[in-house]
Ligand binder design. Structure first.
Ligand SMILES: Nc1ncnc2c1ncn2[C@@H]1O[C@H](COP(=O)(O)OP(=O)(O)OP(=O)(O)O)[C@@H](O)[C@H]1O
Length: 616
């Protein structure tokens, strides 16, 4: 008995199929790994942690296959030795024995499945843990340069694919091979001539199913492609609902959807109809081989070359023989696609980690907040310089406004300060410590960052604020929220501080989210602040609250503000104007206006307009 029987395999006259047809994975071209054997070996090393259980699985497979092969033999024996001679006592005994044999075959199959599921789940848990652990160690560069969806898919789909293939297909492949080999040996031992006759039909089966598969593969590819297009459109229409509604494009997108939906329907029908051919065809061939064996077997039995019972044995062998033949191809494709998935998982595991701190790295503690950026050059990609010779000296407690056109390099300076990226040349010093020589964690905990788009976790408001200092008491959390002007709106939420937020702070306005981010940073009490002012306008009251909270937060701390509001810029101790990766002007608001150069132009064209909408 095949180990899939009774779980997710349906049988049709000795030919097995998965629910819902053969599925694209069988007929579509399998995704291939670049280094199949290397990846298989690597999966093997993961599985070797559970080698005793694996050994158990192997033994169980041998036992279940053995009993599966013995069953039909006993059936033939029952006919020859007990039914024909009418020995009913013996018949009862052999019937009981057959029941025991089939029960044992099922029992060992169940045991083998149970053990294999345990092994595969443990293996995959370990793999998932390694992968997730790795993600925490990857440099930000890695996430910036890849679509997040793709990484998510490696963590979820690919790992799941490995898991289900390990649980099902591996035992399936092993037991299919053992049953195949075992059955052929048993058949040859019992009657070489009848074996030959039985196997005549096998090449025909393989050739005809190959022929159909070749044709259907094309249709399945088309089906997959149009499914991809359809899903892409659905995804876009969900994430872009706001834009669709704003531009009243509902009708348009519905029409587009109809086209893709129709294309998918057409491709699916063609693919499924052709696939539907394969089972009846294999069934017919299967039944023809029964007829041939019955006919030829009957002829041989009449001539006393073989016994009548042997015909029955052989018919049963053919039944359990054709199933593995058909399944092996199916399972093989599934294994190949899982190996490709595992390879993608390993690719992430092998990615270069954020470099370790240098030996004897110093902890950055109790810093005053002096920052010295000296002749820094930087490029994200080799040969495309982004920052060129940036020089900037900041005294403790100063507020620096970074201004400049979009793409000038403001965020890049922040990325270097936080060591999300490292400088190509030049140095950045904090309190005379080169940031490359200090412990990264201590550097980052000396910095407090409030971005325009702060990420909030789907936890309670309280826990989100506490993220700034994990051992903060409830009182400290509330105190920080009060300082951040967030307390008033928090207490009005349904559960106050215990209100659980939706994904990424869902349910809160952008302004409220920024207030929570400020509270979080207040709690972490950093020496140096990095603030990215929101470009989108929030309501006047919230805007005033944010401005106030930011000012409070900045008091006594060195702060870098990527400034978009005139009021902030005017208050800055030093305005740094960046254009095309270079600092082109430095000074206070009035100094720079007096110079009547770049800042003056910028002010006249950009900030003057902002003045009208600026709230302070
Ligand atoms: N991860 C990245 N990989 C490659 N290039 C990048 C990356 N991030 C930014 N850049 C490029 O670096 C340049 C400076 O970008 P940066 O984000 O520092 O500008 P910015 O002044 O902060 O702009 P904005 O005001 O629009 O935020 C841009 O040309 C941008 O395309």
């Amino acid at each position: 008995m095949s180990n899939k029987e009774g779980n997710n395999t349906q049988k049709q006259g000795g030919v097995s199929m998965r629910p819902g047809g053969m599925g694209n994975r069988m007929l579509g071209a399998p995704q291939k790994a670049k280094d199949t054997w290397g990846t298989v070996k690597r999966i093997g090393t993961y599985m070797m942690y559970y080698k005793f259980k694996l050994l158990g699985v192997l033994i169980m497979i041998v036992f279940s296959s053995l009993f599966t092969i013995i069953g039909p033999y006993l059936l033939g024996l029952a006919v020859d030795e007990y039914i024909i001679p009418m020995d009913f006592k013996g018949l009862t005994l052999i019937s009981l024995l057959m029941i025991v044999v089939y029960l044992l075959a099922s029992f060992f199959t169940w045991l083998q499945n149970k053990l294999m599921i345990e092994v595969s789940q443990q293996t995959v848990t370990r793999m998932r843990k390694d992968l997730f652990g790795k993600i925490q160690k990857l440099p930000l560069k890695y996430f910036d340069s890849r679509p997040h969806g793709e990484l998510m898919s490696r963590l979820t789909n690919d790992v799941e694919n490995v898991s289900s293939t390990l649980s099902n297909s591996t035992t399936q492949v092993f037991s299919s091979v053992i049953i195949l080999v075992g059955t052929i040996i048993a058949m040859l031992l019992l009657s070489p001539i009848l074996t030959l006759i039985s196997l005549i039909i096998i090449p025909l089966m393989i050739i005809s199913s190959n022929q159909i598969t070749k044709r259907t593969r094309k249709f399945f590819k088309e089906q997959q492609k149009s499914l991809g297009e359809l899903n892409g459109l659905i995804e876009e229409s969900i994430s872009g609902q706001k834009v669709i509604k704003t531009f009243a494009r509902e009708e348009h997108i519905l029409k587009e959807f109809d086209v893709y939906n129709e294309k998918f329907r057409y491709a699916s029908i063609r693919a499924q109809i052709y696939t539907g051919l394969i089972f009846p065809l294999l069934n017919v061939l299967n039944n023809i081989s029964f007829a041939i064996v019955a006919g030829a077997g009957g002829y041989l039995a009449a001539r006393d070359v073989i016994s009548v019972g042997l015909i029955l044995t052989f018919i049963n062998y053919i039944k359990q023989f054709t199933r593995p033949v058909n399944e092996l191809a199916n399972e093989f494709n599934m294994v190949l696609s899982a190996v490709a998935g595992a390879e993608r998982v390993f690719e992430v595991i092998d990615e270069e980690e954020e470099p370790l701190d240098i030996k004897n790295a110093l902890p950055l503690e109790n810093i005053k907040g002096k920052v010295d950026i000296c002749n820094v050059d930087f490029s994200y990609n080799k040969g495309v310089p982004i920052l060129k010779g940036v020089d900037l000296k900041v005294e403790p407690g100063q507020m620096i406004a970074l201004v400049g056109p979009t793409g000038a390099g403001k965020t890049t300076i922040i990325n270097l300060l936080t060591r999300f990226y490292d400088v190509d040349s030049g140095t950045i010093k904090i309190d005379d410590y080169n940031i490359n020589d200090v412990k990264r964690r201590s550097l980052r905990s000396s910095l407090g960052i409030v971005l325009q788009d702060t990420y909030l976790f789907s936890e309670s408001v309280k826990e989100n604020i506490r993220y700034g200092k994990l051992d903060a008491t409830d009182e400290e959390v509330e105190e920080a929220a009060k300082l951040a002007n967030a307390h008033q709106f928090i207490v009005r939420l349904s559960d106050g501080y215990d209100t659980v937020l939706g994904e990424d702070g869902g349910g809160l306005s952008q302004g409220q989210r920024q207030l929570l981010a400020i509270a979080r940073v207040i709690l972490s009490d950093p020496s140096i602040l990095i603030l990215d002012e929101a470009t989108s306008s929030v309501d006047t009251r919230t805007e005033i609250h944010i401005q106030e909270a930011m000012m409070k937060l900045m008091q006594g701390r060195t702060s870098f503000v990527i400034a978009h509001r005139l009021s902030t810029i005017q208050k800055a101790d030093l305005i740094v104007v960046i254009n095309d990766g270079q600092i082109i002007e430095k000074g206070t608001h009035s100094e720079l206006l007096d110079k009547k150069e770049y800042y003056y132009e910028l002010y006249m064209t950009q900030f003057n307009k902002l003045k009208e909408i600026s709230n302070l």
